[in-house]
Design a protein around this ligand. Structure first.
Ligand code: QAP
Ligand code: CO
Length: 237
């Protein structure tokens, strides 16, 4: 969908905070040059070809928990109903994932213990996928692949996963669907479903590797806390 089509099809409401859903690729490209808000959010500037004006919209960037945060070990509960609140969470998670340059994110990673995952493994970053209550109903083969995680920043390791899976879930519209997945998509779906059960890719590694990753991330965290400076008040910008 072209940006102009999106703008024409779904005009922003006159009041309230407008949260863009699609196309993220455009919003994200704009957000790269976006302004960081003291709230932790990001302002995205989207150009409207129709009106030849810049639309400024707030983008949600939820706080992503980092290993070894014990909250990443929580088990997520099934979503009872894909209602407006669940859809809002899905959209906020997608925005957070794109803003963090990730390919997948589970609700547990933003401290919401609900069975919701979002992903986009496309090169073009414009194929968002949303799954509520995802379940692997078929899994074939076992292959090693390189994995990373937004909750384990800076570390990539080989993990063995099923080569081909079929996942059953509820979509953003609340309707059940099944999807077959291979390659990176299959790996990503399995990685994200693991999060919902409190499992991380580092759990598949040796104790030695896991300890090294944990120590380095703990140290990074300490350094960041010590070097944090007070932000200038918004009025000073
Ligand atoms: C899970 O992970 C995944 O270290 C999703 O500095 C990853 O999106 C499944 C990321 C790989 C299969 C293969 C990681 C971003 C993103 C980092 C991610 C980082 C910045 C990880
Ligand atoms: Co992850």
């Amino acid at each position: 969908m072209a940006l102009a089509d999106w703008y024409t099809a779904d005009p922003p409401p006159k009041t309230g905070t407008y949260r863009p859903f699609l196309p993220f690729a455009n919003a994200l490209r704009a957000a790269k040059e976006g302004i960081k808000l003291s709230s932790g959010g990001t302002l995205a500037t989207i150009c409207s070809r129709k009106h030849e004006i810049a639309l400024i919209t707030s983008m949600t960037k939820l706080v992503i928990l980092e290993y070894p945060d014990p909250r990443l070990r929580n088990k997520a509960r099934p979503v009872a109903k894909v209602d407006a609140a669940a859809r809002q969470l899905m959209d906020d998670m997608l925005e957070t994932m794109y803003a963090s340059k990730g390919i997948g994110l589970a609700a547990i990673q933003v401290n919401v213990p609900q069975r919701i995952i979002v992903l986009d493994v496309s090169e073009s970053r414009d194929q968002p996928l949303v799954f509520a209550n995802p379940e692997i109903v078929k899994s074939v083969g076992l292959v090693p692949g390189e994995e990373g995680c937004l909750s384990v920043p800076g570390f990539y390791e080989k993990v063995k996963r099923a080569e081909h899976v079929v996942v059953r879930a509820l979509g953003r519209d609340g309707k059940p669907f099944e999807m077959a997945a291979d390659g990176l998509l299959a790996v990503c779906v399995q990685h994200e479903i693991d999060h919902l059960d409190g499992k991380l890719f580092v759990d598949y590694l040796s104790e030695l590797k896991r300890q090294l990753i944990r120590r380095r991330l703990e140290k990074d965290r300490k350094v960041r806390a010590e070097t944090r400076v007070n932000r200038a008040p918004v009025s000073a910008i």
